[in-house]
Design a protein around this ligand. Structure first.
Ligand SMILES: C[S@@+](CC[C@H](N)C(=O)[O-])C[C@H]1O[C@@H](n2cnc3c(N)ncnc32)[C@H](O)[C@@H]1O
Length: 318
């Protein structure tokens, strides 16, 4: 297939059979066939309907993001007004991406990135897509931090989201991200480079705080896996089938990771050091009790923007 835009006045959607034959094997072939003879505006409308049919509420917004992703650097509006600007390769690419979305692949994994706090982070199937809920933890920690030098530890760093968001806000912070998944750590390293924070962020593979020296950190943050196995099975396919189980599975009661992490907090933090743990909406009392039993003090529970309990934080005794 040539990179052929139709001449002005003739829709680029005049897809020839020979063009379609060249696309055999592409995931989006069936959509290309369905769209033969349609203009870009109609393709957009059909795409929105298909996503709505499978229950994706933000269908119009998602189609806009996918089209913008494919049409870069051309603007979507320009392309809608002048279809001659868009080649069939672009439409076929869009058909591939929409097919992935219809198969419930998360939008973030299709686009390859996700905004988090002030950053735009790379996302792959090896990491949890950073969530808006987690920004409540970033905000709570920043509210308690000055501009002084400090060492921060992020246990279960995944994409590096929490660590990098904090480092980006406070130039005197340095940090270490730990994860059991080497594939996730590769993404975290990529994100540190992408955000210009590599010089202040290190990453190591390991099991929570097990291999780390005592009393080394001023701040400890973690968003551990906290979904019970029972709930996990009933989650939407985007999460259940496409996000890494290691990032979600909190064991039979959702608290397994907290038990391991909290047992190590008094040892890892300096006296008076700050810890902040993301929690599930119904875990505040259990996690608060675990932190109190470990001898941690000044314990608070912070809500997210939806009003759900989302963060348990406190200090190591002085
Ligand atoms: C819920 S995700 C959080 C990712 C990221 N911090 C965020 O907030 O978006 C939990 C992370 O913990 C990691 N993890 C799971 N078990 C671990 C363990 N035993 N030791 C270290 N990391 C672990 C997973 O690989 C995953 O990246």
């Amino acid at each position: 297939m040539t990179d052929r835009a139709g001449p002005p006045g003739i829709s680029f959607q005049d897809l020839l059979d020979e063009d379609l034959r060249e696309q055999s094997g592409r995931p989006g072939l069936a959509l290309c066939q369905a769209w033969q003879g349609l203009g870009l505006a109609d393709i957009r409308g059909d795409s929105v309907e298909r996503l709505l049919e499978i229950g994706i509420e933000d269908a119009a917004l998602e189609v806009r993001f996918l089209l913008q992703h494919v049409l870069q650097p051309d603007s979507l509006n320009l392309a809608l007004h002048d279809p001659a600007l868009v080649s069939w390769q672009r439409v076929a690419h869009f058909a591939d991406l929409l097919t992935a979305r219809l198969n419930r692949k998360p939008l973030s994994q299709i686009l390859g990135s996700q905004p988090f706090w002030t950053l735009d982070l790379a996302v792959t199937p090896d990491v949890l897509t950073p969530r808006a809920d987690t920004e409540a933890l970033v905000e709570a920690v920043l509210a308690r931090l000055g501009d002084e030098e400090a060492q921060i530890l992020d246990l279960g760093t995944g994409s590096g989201a929490i660590l990098l968001a904090l480092l980006n806000e406070r130039p005197a912070l340095r940090g270490l991200g730990v994860d059991l998944s080497s594939a996730a750590l590769a993404v975290a390293g990529q994100n540190a480079a992408r955000t210009g924070l590599s010089e202040r962020a290190d990453f190591i593979e390991g099991r929570w705080g097990a291999a780390l020296e005592s009393g080394r950190f001023d701040i400890l943050v973690s968003n551990p896996p906290y979904i019970t196995r029972e709930v996990l099975a009933g989650l939407e396919p985007e999460v259940r089938d496409h996000e890494p189980t290691i990032a979600l599975d909190g064991g039979s009661d959702g608290l397994e990771a907290y038990r391991d992490i909290i047992a190590d907090i008094p040892r890892l933090l300096v006296p008076g050091g700050l810890f902040a743990l993301e929690i599930g909406y119904d875990q505040a009392s259990s996690v608060r009790a675990l932190t109190a039993a470990a001898g941690l003090v000044d314990i608070e529970v912070i809500c997210d923007l939806g009003g759900n309990d989302r963060v348990v934080l406190g200090h190591n005794p002085r």
